[in-house]
Each structure stands twice: as structure tokens, then as C-alpha cells.
Design a protein. Structure first.
Length: 627
């Protein structure tokens, strides 16, 4: 019976497979550390395959380089021995929701989600640490050698500590930040659909390097543009200039397939309902274009008003539209202006490159949820609504936020889904930063957060990590959005499954004979950790098989065993020991697409062979594996 690997996919092997298909002559063999043969790429031959002349040594080229870049690229491909463990008690609507909140390092989370969400995501938003010298917490340290990295990204650091300052006095100040961003951006790209878009908020400090990094990973031709987020009116005591804006770099997975970035004007517009149709009233643009109508010379109009128009060149055009009803007269400053009615479902415009949404709105958003003082300078909900509206406007679109922070992105997704009736799903990721470390962060939690005394709805009391703040805001924003959706008879999913990045479900049983002590043999009989539940194992199996961890799960309890039924037979799992033929036949009788057992769940090799035989007879199309 074939075993599941229980690690994230090895992207290096996948890339070698692709190269072997295109250039079979560049594939060679080498020996690994244990002396076993393994495939490798002859890069000299590969360079020659991709050149129209004889290649002789390295050549200068236009690209972004920094110390540690090769190790960062390696880190993006290297597999990790980690798992995503479900936390039901912190979730909302665990059994029915299609949303995820992943608590842990987003690099590890991205690796674990590679097969489940490959090419499925419409928008990935990133608001990373701005490298200010005091809020840089992702201590990836890709300057170390590959072997050390693999050890560390597996089980070497059980505490998962990822806290590190990056002061400007550090000689690798910019390199460290690029080390952190490179593998995350590379893995994020693979999750985007062909129509998918990546948006990254950034300030002046790293915008130049980030643009070059995006061009390299996505291709310069896929760059859509730079949005300017005007977040302040002005003022301040800056030494040279007052910076009142940030940037949002926007790039497509495939520029030829991406849909135009649009904005529904109703975000700020005024509407009215006529004969059951909701219209957007647009007067500002037309007031500037057509001028003012005043009482005076007789002229027949739609509402039998007597007006004089100051711009005669447009008179006939306006008259015809007034008669057709596409324009109408609206009182204004003692006279009238021409206004336009547009059906709400047609009221769209191209997204303008300058978005004016002041930071103070973000603070007010938190205050409206009675969470004042929990976060400094959170992104405004109205900003996030515009970004989501412009890029993820179809039912079922998936939005990922890699650095959830105060969860403004999810809050904006809820509000926008209520406004336009378009259901969307989200995956939010947040490392559990200790608030004591992040109190003085410019973009992090406010200093008073640990002492606010806010009563959190999951009864954890005062928050201790940024992830807890993030989850609480989603609960509160979701509850309010759900009430608004009910008023409109909309079906809105405001729940989320909490998954936590943890060490592997598998024990470290692969040890050489000379390091294995006799007294420890009994503890190594099972390959599964003792503290892992059947649900823990199920989620790792789902990820290994490339199934989405939001699929429906039904737990069926029988007298001697328990079955997990995923998505009505897409996967059946039983992780009990001493499996009986009765349990195996029950699973085979249902003819699932996939079935999985514990490897040590069988009493003997004969019982394992018997299970395979039962499936061959009763459900031969079922893919059967063990962990």
C-alpha cells in the first residue's frame, strides 16, 4: 500500500520534471549526501540550450542581485515537514465555512497550500513589514547553507520563534528584507489563477527593489501599474518633505487574461430606486462637463422646466438625452444641473491610479467594532473594498491576505460582498507575534492593546498575539456583515476555519542503526505523534492529496471505529488501530475516490494485504493509501 509523503511538495523536483520534458539532454545524475544517485541539472548545458551562441562563462545581465538571493530561491522550492492543525474552538461555523485563517509563518503556510490552491486565487494582497528597522520579524536567515535550512524548516526549532530586528546599521538591511520577500512572492505567484492579480502595499524604503523583484518573478510585461494610496492630508514635522502616501504595486499572473481593474462608483455615490431599478446618480462629473441650467428662455424639457443652457454646442445632445431619460434636471444652487442616471449593475469605471482614503478611516473602522486602541494605523476598510472590488468581482473568487495584521482585508471583503451581493472567500495568514514585542511597531498593534481589557468572543480574555486580534476582528466584522446580509436576503459566509502551522504529524522514526538506542525502540513503533487527533491527520492527508482544506467533513462514529467523509466521498479516512474487515468493507462499499488508513492501524501485514484485496474487489477505482 503506497504511503503519503506528509511533507509539502518538493518544487525542485517538479521543476526538474518540467526541464526534463523540454530539454532532456540537460538532465544528469549526481550523488546525495548518503551516496545515493539522484537527478540533477547540468546548468552549463541548460545555458547553452537557451542561447544562440556558444556560452563561455558568466555574462552581465540586467537583474536584481543581493547577497543570499540563491539561498532565498532555494528556500522557496525546498519541502518542509510541517502540518496545518485545525483549531475548532477558535473557528466560526467550522463545519460549513469556505474561509480559512492560518496562524503561523506565511512562508510555511504557502508551501502547505501549494497543491490545494494551485492556480485558483483571484487576488493576493500583501502588506508586508516596511523594513523600518524595528518591526521586521521574519527571521528566515537564508544566508545559511541548504542543509541547515532544511533542518531548521523541519523539526530543528520546535518553538517556531521568528522574531528578529533589522536595524539600518545592519549591513544586510535591504538584503534581509529581500530574502524574506523573494520566496513568499514566488510561491504566491503559483497560487494565482490565469486572471489573478497580486497587490503589494509598500513605502519609499523598498519600493524600487520590490518593483524589480516583481518584474523578475512575474515578468515585466505583466506589470499593471502602481497605485498611489493617499493616506494623509499633509502637515507634520518631517525634516525634508511630508510623505502622505504609500504605493500599491499591482501585477498580473497573465496580463493578456486579466480583467480590467474597475471600480463601482456606488462605493461613494448616491442612488435612487425608480420602478424597482436602483440607479446611481452621477452629478459631479456632468456638472463640470455641461455647466449649469438656469430659468430663462423657453425650452421644453423632460419635466416641463424652462431653462437656459450656457454651452450651446452641447444643447442638442443634452436635449435628446433629457427626452430619452438618460439625463435629467436636478435642482442646484437656485438653478438646475444635468445629472445622469445609470443602472447600478452598469455603474462601473476604470480604477484610478490615485486612491484617496485617509488613515484615520482605518482607526474609525476599528472603533465601530468597539476595538479602539488595538492597532495603530490599520488599513482603511474602504481602501480594501476598492482593491477587492477591482480585482475579485465574480462569485466564488478567492482572496488571500499574507499579512493579515488587523484584518482590514477580510473586513473589507465582508462589507463589499454585502454591498454588491457577490460572495467571495478568503484565506488570511498571520504569524502569532507577541504583543510585548510589537507594541512600538509603526504599523503594528497600539501600545495600549494588551491593557484594553476587551472581552474577546472566544473567551481568551485580553489578546496576547496579533493573530488573536486579527481573528477577533473577523468575528465582529463578520457578525455585523451577516446581519446586514440578512436584511438584503443575501447568503454570506462570514465563518472561518482556524488552522495552525505546527510540526509534522509524523514522528522522527528514520534513524540510522548506530544512533538508535535499545530503550527508545518502543517509542518509535508508531510513525504518528501521540498528541495528534484523527482530524489533525485528516487535514494533512487532504493537503497531501491536493484537496482544499475548506471541503465539507462529516465525522461518522461507529461502535468500533470512526470514519471521516470528505466532500461526500471524495475522500474516506479511518485512523483507528486494529481495523476490522467490517470497517474496511464499509468504506469500500461506498466507493470513494480516495481512501486512507494509518499504516500501523492493521494488526499484521496480512491484514493490510486483505484491505487492498477488499478494495480491488468492491471498489477497484478507489485510490488507497496509508500514512
Amino acid at each position: 500500500m503506497e504511503k503519503l509523503r506528509m511533507t509539502s511538495p518538493d518544487l525542485t523536483e517538479a521543476n526538474i520534471d518540467k526541464l526534463a520534458e523540454l530539454f532532456p539532454t540537460v538532465i544528469t545524475e549526481t550523488l546525495d549526501a548518503d551516496g545515493n544517485p539522484q537527478r540533477a541539472v547540468d546548468f552549463d548545458l541548460l545555458r547553452q540550450e537557451l542561447s544562440d551562441h556558444i556560452v563561455d562563462g558568466p555574462q552581465e545581465r540586467y537583474r536584481l542581485d543581493w547577497p543570499g538571493k540563491r539561498a532565498a530561491a532555494f528556500a522557496a522550492n525546498a519541502p518542509i515537514a510541517k502540518s496545518l492543525r485545525p483549531i475548532r474552538e477558535e473557528s466560526v461555523d467550522f463545519d460549513t465555512t469556505k474561509n480559512l485563517f492560518i496562524e503561523g509563518d506565511n512562508l510555511e503556510a504557502l508551501k502547505l497550500l501549494q497543491e490545494s490552491y494551485l492556480g485558483k486565487v483571484k487576488l493576493i494582497y500583501i502588506d508586508p513589514p516596511y523594513n523600518t528597522g524595528n518591526d521586521f520579524i521574519y527571521d528566515d536567515d537564508f544566508a545559511e547553507d541548504a542543509e541547515s535550512y532544511l533542518l531548521r524548516s523541519g523539526q530543528a526549532r520546535e518553538n517556531g520563534e521568528l522574531l528578529n530586528a533589522n536595524p539600518e546599521s545592519n549591513g544586510r538591511f535591504h538584503s534581509d528584507w529581500l530574502d524574506m520577500m523573494y520566496p513568499r512572492l514566488k510561491l504566491a505567484r503559483s497560487l494565482l489563477s490565469d486572471k489573478g492579480v497580486l497587490m503589494v502595499s509598500i513605502d519609499d524604503g523598498e519600493v524600487a527593489g520590490l518593483r524589480l523583484l516583481l518584474d523578475e518573478l512575474f515578468g515585466r510585461g505583466n506589470f499593471i501599474g502602481t497605485l498611489i494610496h493617499q493616506r494623509a492630508k499633509g502637515g507634520g514635522n518631517a525634516k525634508n518633505l511630508v510623505r502622505g502616501h504609500d504605493y500599491i504595486l499591482t501585477i498580473a499572473r497573465n496580463i493578456d487574461s486579466v480583467e480590467p481593474l474597475r471600480r463601482d462608483k456606488v462605493v461613494q455615490g448616491r442612488t435612487e430606486i425608480i420602478d424597482g431599478v436602483q440607479y446611481l446618480i452621477d452629478d459631479d462629473v456632468l456638472r463640470k462637463t455641461f455647466g449649469k441650467y438656469e430659468t430663462g428662455t423657453e425650452r421644453r424639457c423632460l419635466y416641463e422646466e424652462i431653462v437656459t443652457y450656457k454651452g450651446q454646442a452641447k444643447k442638442d445632445e443634452i436635449d435628446s438625452q433629457l427626452e430619452a431619460g438618460t439625463l435629467f434636471l436636478m435642482p442646484w444652487k437656485g438653478g438646475h444641473i444635468v445629472a445622469k442616471r445609470t443602472p447600478l449593475n452598469e455603474a462601473k469605471s476604470k480604477l484610478y491610479s490615485i486612491i484617496k482614503v485617509l488613515s484615520e478611516e482605518g482607526t474609525a473602522d476599528l472603533e465601530s467594532l468597539e476595538m479602539a486602541g488595538t492597532f495603530s494605523y490599520p488599513k482603511p476598510v474602504r481602501l480594501m473594498r476598492q482593491l477587492i472590488q477591482a480585482t475579485a468581482s465574480s462569485p466564488g473568487d478567492i482572496v488571500i491576505d499574507l499579512f493579515s495584521g488587523s484584518a482590514s482585508t477580510v473586513h473589507g471583503l465582508f462589507d463589499q460582498s454585502v454591498a454588491d451581493g457577490v460572495p467571495r472567500s478568503f484565506i488570511a495568514m498571520q504569524i502569532p507575534e507577541d504583543l510585548d514585542v510589537q507594541l512600538n511597531s509603526v504599523s503594528g498593534p497600539a501600545e495600549s492593546v494588551a491593557r484594553t481589557g476587551i472581552e474577546f468572543t472566544n473567551s481568551i480574555g485580553a489578546p496576547h498575539t496579533v493573530a488573536e486580534i486579527s481573528k477577533e476582528r473577523i468575528r465582529r466584522a463578520g457578525s455585523r456583515a451577516s446581519s446586514e446580509a440578512t436584511k438584503k436576503s443575501l447568503a454570506l459566509d462570514t465563518g472561518f476555519r482556524v488552522l495552525r502551522v505546527d510540526n509534522s504529524n509524523r514522528n522522527a522514526v528514520l534513524q540510522s542503526a548506530d544512533t538508535l538506542e535499545q530503550l527508545s525502540i518502543d517509542t518509535l513503533v508508531s510513525s504518528i505523534r501521540d498528541d495528534r487527533s484523527g482530524l489533525d491527520l485528516l487535514f494533512q492527508v487532504m493537503l497531501d492529496w491536493g484537496l482544499e482544506p475548506t471541503m465539507s467533513i462529516v465525522q461518522e462514529d461507529f461502535p468500533t471505529y470512526t470514519l471521516f467523509n470528505v466532500e461526500d466521498g471524495m475522500l474516506l479516512a479511518c485512523f483507528d488501530r486494529n481495523l476490522t474487515s467490517e470497517a474496511i468493507r464499509e468504506m469500500a462499499r461506498r466507493q470513494p475516490l480516495r481512501a486512507v488508513f494509518r499504516d500501523d492501524g492493521f494488526e499484521s501485514d496480512a491484514a493490510r494485504i486483505n484491505a487492498e484485496q477488499i478494495f480491488r474487489e468492491v471498489s477497484p477505482s478507489t485510490e488507497v493509501k496509508a500514512i
